[in-house]
Design a protein around this ligand. Structure first.
Ligand code: ADP
Ligand code: TRP
Length: 333
């Protein structure tokens, strides 16, 4: 049996060029390599922060349509909505009962908000933190443990969460029987290729500096024009590696086109010309996927049907795990 991999995608913002390079492409590559892949929309995780119903619905469709348009094959990859698998939430309760509160106190995401509150002179260190945020790693553990997962491809910030999932599984196995839950492992994604955003910092929806994958035409041009450049004159040779324009270009272009673009930098290129070249490359590289994306977004019932199919398949595995767990803990016979 090939290793089973799983990853969750939070619908908290419109997918951008950074997500394409850092998450979508590597995940699709793993599926092409024959791994048994499960990718899902972590909509109940998004609810910890996205509490505008219209936005949550819209972002869920945007994210699903993006992955499908980028080439996710739902016959090969189990692709579903977290919220369509009730077994995950029942399992999350069971896991919570095997989780030390201290583990949650130490979770990075929670600690970061506490630190920000304390640093900002907030009297209550827990201000603005709902219990969903606090127990976020337990739900994530359930996402993983429900499906007997071997590998979880994640960025650095999520490794601790996968380790918590492993710790919870180990504790439950130790107390209730050794083979109840499979122990997952984090597969750390190479972070060397972080795509910078318009202001040169990491492209991230939190910095409002992204190039959304499906911006087009005039809107895309306007966004590209916001890329911050310096006042070096056009004819002066430039180091492509230090240019945001070049690094975004490289994230989408073929190696040959990237090399040719680097040569233009070394020969001297004006920032206006460089931005035009980036605009044209994005239009060319994403044109076809954009039409697939638009077609899906025009008829979300197709997306619903595909996700429902994925959920039907995934639920069978989750059901089997939950039955095993319920027996092991003494809830059912
Ligand atoms: P954001 O920073 O916009 O909030 P997320 O944290 O939701 O993005 O990231 C989703 C996935 O996309 C993660 O796997 C992350 O590693 C990847 N990713 C996000 N931004 C970038 C970037 N600028 N370059 C490379 N990968 C990125
Ligand atoms: N916590 C992940 C993130 O913030 C998303 C996620 C939810 C996830 N459940 C998961 C990732 C299970 C891997 C496995 O990006």
């Amino acid at each position: 049996m090939p290793p089973r991999v799983l990853t969750g995608i939070k619908p908290t913002g419109s997918p951008h060029v950074g997500n394409l390079l850092g998450a979508i492409r590597p995940a699709l590559r793993l599926a092409e390599q024959g791994l048994d892949a499960m990718y899902f929309i972590a909509d109940y995780h998004a609810l910890t922060t996205v509490q505008d119903p219209k936005a949550l619905r819209e972002l869920t469709y945007e994210v699903a349509a993006t992955w499908l348009a980028m080439g996710l094959d739902p016959d090969r990859v189990q692709f579903y909505r977290q919220s369509d698998i009730p077994e995950i939430f029942e399992l999350a309760w069971v896991l919570a009962c095997f989780t030390s509160k201290g583990w949650m106190n130490k979770a990075h995401a929670y600690k970061a908000i506490v630190a920000a509150n304390e640093g900002g002179g907030e009297a209550d260190a827990d201000a603005g933190i709902n219990v969903g945020i606090y127990t976020y790693p337990i739900l994530m553990a359930a996402d993983i443990l429900a499906f007997d997962i071997d590998l979880v491809p994640v960025g650095k910030d999520q490794v601790q969460h996968v380790e918590i999932a492993r710790d919870i599984a180990q504790r439950l196995n130790h107390i209730c029987g050794s083979e109840v839950l499979r122990l997952p492992q984090a597969k750390l994604e190479d972070n060397s290729a972080i795509v910078p955003g318009l202001d040169g910092r990491k492209m991230s929806k939190s910095y409002d500096n992204t190039i959304p994958l499906f911006a087009a035409g005039k809107q895309l041009k306007k966004i590209i024009n916001r890329i911050v450049t310096d006042s070096t004159p056009p004819e002066v040779p430039k180091d492509p590696e230090t240019s945001t324009i070049f690094q975004i270009y490289r994230a989408v272009a073929s190696p040959d086109d990237t090399r040719a673009f680097a040569d233009r930098f070394r020969a001297g290129i004006g920032w206006g010309d460089a931005k035009n070249a980036l605009f044209e490359r994005l239009e060319a590289e994403l044109g076809d996927t954009r039409s697939r994306y638009d077609a899906l977004m025009a008829d979300p019932s197709k997306i619903d049907a595909l996700l429902a199919q994925g959920a039907t398949r995934a639920r069978k595995t989750a059901r089997a795990t939950l039955d095993r767990v319920r027996k092991a803990i003494g809830i059912s016979r």
